[in-house]
Ligand binder design. Structure first.
Ligand code: XMP
Length: 514
């Protein structure tokens, strides 16, 4: 059984970071809404209470019955988690005179505490709180203070309960990961046994048991998540997995053929469907971005359904859904702001059960699993690409000719990024989150080529750095690289006479132009 830590989410923006840090410590964890503790799960070895945007005194504040977990598991409260435990167990919490954000340094009252093993005196931590603990419950003791926070860390004398006012999960708490490791290993007795190899063994065994001899359908996109899901399922059930890869005609240059070839080399049973005719026809004359997206979404489901229906004995629909797609983050009104979105859309009468083998993984973990499964680097390190493809990178209406022009320009840009090795030995492609070209086909400008006047479209290049696509910054690409790419595009791609670089961050811009 895979041991795990449960993180109760009280709505803090950094709750996901706690999860990431634990996974970096090779420790499996689940983030669940504060009131959804899995009572009967024998694999739980410890519980972390996250921060929250609330004060314990707010009428809407998230509260739990601590008796559900107290005495049963070691508990670590972080920020609000620490305040709530203190408040609920007889201590006192009050609004601080000034809200405290930023760096602080810990001064310890005890030399050895299992939570702080290896900590330096004055260790830097990150604070972000409006309330402060003014009294801890009876039988609790303070472990560390800062200049302004008396109860920066506390422990119950006879119980495995700890609370810290600061955020160990954020980067600026320099020994924060050590604190989390101490909690997992010293206090919960965790074995740090979560690895890509162990994940593959456990998941393949579970898939075999769950799926038996059933037939499974999976939609491939060419992206990392669906590809890794497919290889994992293939290892578990082999030919009982049928993958469907729809070409809507707006993929990158040669991408359909290249990816189909990769899939075949991986031994996957893939049906490639060239549906480009239908998509181009339905998109004819459409210029409005949302309308383009809707038509593509609808057509995609139609094509996928038609193929899936041919596999009459299919019992399951598999998807490459990953953890960040599913985490229910709570906003301050308590509403779920991000919930599980199924991309399936298959008609109900097919009665397919859902199979999501990567549903517990973060993106970088999916890549680790893919590598462990022996998948080629170019599949694993592939940049994200939008479902509607180049359709949202062509301003104005879409024609085959425009797609061809954009594919050629994009190909020069992407190959250039893959070939340019930066001073630190890493290619530009692997240093950035995502890149692509955009055809500004609603704009024309004058140029001169040889003795000829040209009146053609510009291409914009976009390359961004990001960790999760929620925010992004434009990548500072080397000038010599940009000069070469610009030259190559204008010289080699007929129909383009100008190249611009998009220097907008997200927000306020988005990564895609439409
Ligand atoms: P934006 O443009 O919203 O993009 O900053 C954020 C990330 O999402 C990708 N993206 C999509 N992915 N279907 C997808 O599968 C879509 O319709 C879609 N639209 C945007 C985008 O490429 C970036 O990685």
């Amino acid at each position: 059984m895979q041991e795990k830590i449960i993180i109760l989410d009280f709505g803090s923006q950094t709750t996901q970071l706690i999860g990431r840090r634990l996974r970096e410590l090779d420790t499996f964890c689940e983030i669940v809404p504060y009131n959804k503790f899995p009572k009967n799960d024998p694999a739980v070895i410890g519980v972390i209470l996250s921060g929250s945007p609330y004060s314990v005194y707010d009428s809407e504040a998230f509260k739990i019955d601590l008796n559900e977990i107290r005495g049963k598991y070691p508990i670590l409260g972080i920020c609000y988690g620490a305040q709530f435990m203190s408040y609920a167990l007889g201590g006192n919490v009050e609004p601080a005179n000034t809200r405290e954000y930023g760096r602080a340094n810990l001064q310890f009252f005890e030399k050895t505490n299992p939570l702080f093993e290896g900590f330096e005196e004055n260790s830097q931590v990150w604070m972000s709180h409006g309330d402060t603990i003014t009294r801890i419950p009876e039988n609790f003791r303070v472990i560390a203070s800062t200049d302004t926070v008396k109860f920066a860390a506390y422990q119950a004398n006879d119980e495995k309960i700890w609370g810290v006012q600061f955020h160990p999960e954020v980067f600026h708490s320099t020994q924060g990961t050590l604190l989390l490791k101490n909690f997992v290993v010293n206090i919960c007795g965790g074995k740090q046994d979560w690895s890509a190899a162990s994940f593959i063994d456990t998941t393949v065994a579970e898939l075999k048991a769950d799926l038996g001899n059933d037939r499974v359908i999976l939609g491939l996109s060419g992206g990392v998540d669906s590809s890794v899901a497919a290889v994992l399922l293939n290892r578990a059930i082999g030919k009982n997995l049928t993958c469907i890869f729809v070409d809507h005609g707006m993929l990158r240059k040669n991408e359909f053929q290249n990816v189909m070839h990769d899939y075949e080399c991986l031994g996957l049973n893939v049906i490639g469907v060239d549906a480009s005719e239908k998509f181009f026809k339905d998109l004819e004359g459409v210029t409005e971005p949302e309308k383009k997206r809707k038509i593509i979404g609808r057509d995609f489901i139609e094509v996928f359904d038609a193929e899936a229906h041919k596999i009459t004995d299919a019992r399951w629909l598999a998807q490459g859904t990953i953890y960040p797609d599913r985490i229910e983050s709570l906003n301050i009104t308590g509403k779920v702001i991000k919930s599980h979105h199924n991309v399936g859309g298959l008609p109900e009468e097919m009665n397919l059960k859902l199979c999501e083998p990567l549903k517990w993984l973060f993106k970088d973990e999916v890549r680790r699993v893919g590598r462990q499964l022996g998948m080629p680097d170019h599949l694993i390190n592939r940049h994200p690409f939008p479902g509607p493809g180049l359709a949202v990178r062509i301003l104005g209406d879409i024609t085959r000719e425009k797609v061809r022009i954009l594919q050629d320009a994009d190909d020069i840009f992407i190959r250039g990024l893959q070939e340019y090795v930066d001073t630190d030995g890493i290619t530009l492609y692997n240093k950035i989150w995502q890149a692509g070209a955009i055809l500004l086909s609603t704009v024309r400008s004058v140029g001169v080529m040889g003795d000829e006047r040209t009146y053609e479209n510009p291409v914009a290049l976009r390359a961004v750095t990001s960790v999760d696509a929620m925010t992004a910054d434009w990548a500072h690409l080397p000038y010599d690289f940009m000069a070469k790419v610009s030259n190559d595009i204008i010289n080699q791609v007929k129909g383009v006479n100008r190249v611009c670089y998009d220097i907008s961050s997200k927000p306020p811009a988005t990564i895609e132009w439409e």
